[in-house]
Design a protein. Structure first.
Length: 148
């Protein structure tokens, strides 16, 4: 089980990610596209990086490279990150906060020892499925992800 969960979060590790110190990153707007703001509120630890992966396919979820990977510097208790130019469709997000800078989610036994989250904020005792995390994006929206 630890291996499955570790593999799940391993896809969050990537090179060439952009980060933002202001807490919000914007990209230029393309017509007929939507923005998605992802907010993190009441972050327990104001340090480290949040690794965030956005998937647009059930087939790719937890098995392949996400549509977008982002790395967000944590400065403060609240962060909003904005994806621009997303097509209407179904998406899912997974993320974790790397507190010690080793670029991976740490575990003690089978339990994560660093904050992690999933779109829809399900309470899970196993790795998430697409159905746990999937949401529809039909217009500009903001969602909140709670870090557990």
């Amino acid at each position: 089980m630890k291996k499955v969960i570790s593999m799940f979060f391993a896809i969050l590790l990537f090179a060439g990610c952009g980060s933002t110190k202001s807490g919000i990153r914007k990209e230029s707007k393309i017509e007929d596209s939507n923005s998605l703001k992802v907010s993190f509120k009441n972050i327990k630890y104001s340090k480290g990086m949040i690794y965030l992966s956005l998937f647009d396919s059930e087939d790719d979820f937890m098995t392949k490279t996400p549509k977008y990977n982002k790395m967000i510097s944590v400065h403060g208790k609240n962060i909003i990150f904005e994806f621009k130019n997303l097509k209407k469709g179904t998406y899912a997000i997974i993320c974790f906060q790397d507190l010690n800078g080793n670029k991976k989610l740490d575990f003690k036994g089978y339990m994560p020892t660093e904050p992690w989250g999933i779109s829809n904020n399900p309470m899970l005792m196993a790795p998430p499925t697409w159905n746990d995390a999937a949401f529809d994006l039909e217009k500009d929206e903001e969602i909140e992800i709670k870090l557990f």
